[in-house]
Design a protein around this ligand. Structure first.
Ligand code: ATP
Ligand code: MG
Ligand code: MG
Ligand code: MG
Length: 476
């Protein structure tokens, strides 16, 4: 089943059950605590917080999401995209646990002929928060799941709040057993790759009076009217229904992966390290496309820097696969073609999107041209001198003269088996900053400050990744 069809069925199912279909909000919302929208409930936050009255009591959407905290997982797990789409259904003081479970179950296991996804109930598992007897009983009653496939888990996995005072409550996750070839049996507690989470149902039923961390908060009491917020990973359900190993192989992503493999002259599935790179390329090209499509421009700070980093990682992965020529002109149109059934605006806007992306690749290529030889020489020298690491001085020079962000230096040195004196580098950076401050007349010289990713985070006061689910401010 094609992803576009899965999305259509999801919306249709909930529309048939009285939900208003709400279009995806853009990835960028005006929210100082949030780099990008990273869960389906984000645009509905004012309703859940009671700041606005929703014009409907039931809503459904397919929301574009970017989770920066998942970037490092990309390509390594089978289920984390930096960009993904979250199918959701929401109840504002309308149906609660029973309704949410019934609606999720009937769509998941309903026959394909009648608009469902036709999942085999024998492969499904549900989790509940450890003291949520009500949900456990409902799973049993509504779905007929046997007790051993209704698993109780603690705060870290099965409790949700916004990281601030406001609504919170237990949640249930639905897992699909992909079979013994993916790992040992025993349920999601044993192996989250074999048992893949594809849907999370949040039962917002309490009001929290203080929140100190994800797992440390006080409950004031029950909410006057409880809400439902669910999120089903579109790519995850697509990977299940398309019978592929991971979400980089679904119809909306795989064409980029295949084209990248072709350009590199690699056979996907042969060598693990290459496969990871191909998956990173496929994922990151799409994320770049969607971010630029929603108005993000590559830059040196904040959101622009995340985009820059993502595009550069894709380009670097292609270089590591052996492709030195510009690659985005080959890959970006393929991604756009794979996504345009769901996002026709990408086609209309493609001239703008692609020129920004291609320019970014060009500027990165010239950075690399200038710095790579220097880095390689430095690495060779350090090694032959028996130095345990590349000096902070070298890293600083690469940054200052060649525009190499420290993370790039770290990554490239690591590929050659060398660490970098990061503390030394940071000391020199700090000295430079102080010199600049001391010099009252100092003005920007036009030299690009290519800050490290981590510095960006610091400047933002650590980007607070607010998700409806599990990435809470200050957690790490
Ligand atoms: P996981 O535990 O697998 O990281 P999660 O519990 O962090 O997932 P939620 O925050 O519950 O995910 O998000 C709701 C749903 O969105 C998940 O059940 C999953 O289907 C999907 N999802 C979450 N993160 C990603 C991602 N990085 N890529 C693709 N889908 C995702
Ligand atoms: Mg989870
Ligand atoms: Mg979850
Ligand atoms: Mg997660």
């Amino acid at each position: 089943m094609q992803t576009a069809e899965i999305r259509r069925r999801f919306l249709r199912h909930f529309e048939r059950h009285g939900h208003t279909v709400v279009p995806s909000a853009p990835l960028l919302l005006d929210d100082p605590n949030l780099l990008f929208v990273n869960a389906g409930m984000v645009p509905f936050k004012p309703f859940f917080l009671g700041q606005q009255t929703p014009p409907y009591r039931r809503a459904t959407s397919v929301q574009k999401c970017v989770r920066t905290l998942d970037i490092d997982e990309v390509g390594k797990t089978s289920r984390h995209g930096s960009f993904f789409q979250m199918n959701g259904n929401f109840s504002f003081g309308d149906y609660f646990k029973r309704g949410a479970i019934e609606l999720a179950w009937s769509l998941s296991t309903g026959s394909v002929a009648e608009g469902g996804f036709g999942l085999d109930p024998d492969r499904l598992w549900a989790t509940v928060y450890h003291d949520d007897d009500e949900a456990a009983a409902l799973w049993k009653e509504v779905t007929g799941l046997p007790d051993e496939r209704i698993v109780r888990r603690g705060l870290a996995d099965n409790y949700w709040h916004m990281g601030v005072v406001g609504p919170g409550g237990p949640c249930s996750e639905i897992y699909y057993d992909r079979g013994p070839q993916y790992g040992p049996e025993g349920g999601p507690e044993v192996d989250e790759d074999r048992y893949m989470e594809f849907w999370n149902l949040v039962f917002m039923q309490y009001e929290l009076s203080a929140v100190r961390s994800k797992v440390d908060f006080d409950v004031r009491g029950p909410l006057p009217q409880p809400n439902i917020d669910t999120g089903m990973g579109l790519e995850r359900i697509a990977s299940i229904l398309q019978g592929v190993d991971n979400l980089y192989e679904i119809d909306e992503v795989a064409p980029v992966l295949r084209r990248a493999a072709e350009l590199a002259g690699k056979r996907y599935g042969r060598e693990h390290a290459d496969d990871v790179r191909l998956r990173v390329v496929a994922d990151h090209v799409r994320t770049g496309l969607m971010l630029i499509g929603d108005g993000v421009v590559p830059g040196n700070e904040g959101r622009g820097y995340v985009l820059r980093r993502i595009l550069r990682r894709a380009v670097r992965a292609m270089r590591l696969l052996g492709v030195d020529a510009a690659t985005l002109p080959e890959l970006l149109p393929v991604s756009k073609d794979a996504m345009r059934a769901s996002y026709p605006e990408l086609e209309r806007d493609f001239a703008r999107i692609s020129s920004l992306a291609y320019a970014e690749e060009e500027s990165f290529r010239s950075t690399l041209r200038a710095g790579t030889t220097i880095l390689d020489t430095a690495v060779r020298e350090a090694k032959s001198a028996g130095a345990p690491q590349l000096s902070g001085q070298r890293a600083f020079q690469l940054h200052d003269t060649y525009g190499f962000p420290i993370d790039l230096t770290l990554e490239m040195a690591a590929e050659q088996g060398l660490r970098v004196d990061e503390a030394g580098f940071r000391r020199l950076m700090q000295e430079q900053r102080e010199r600049a401050k001391a010099d009252a007349k100092a003005k920007r010289t036009g030299h690009a400050d290519v800050s490290a990713y981590r510095e960006v985070q610091d400047a933002l006061g650590r980007p607070v990744e607010f998700t409806g689910y599990d990435e809470v401010s200050g957690e790490g």
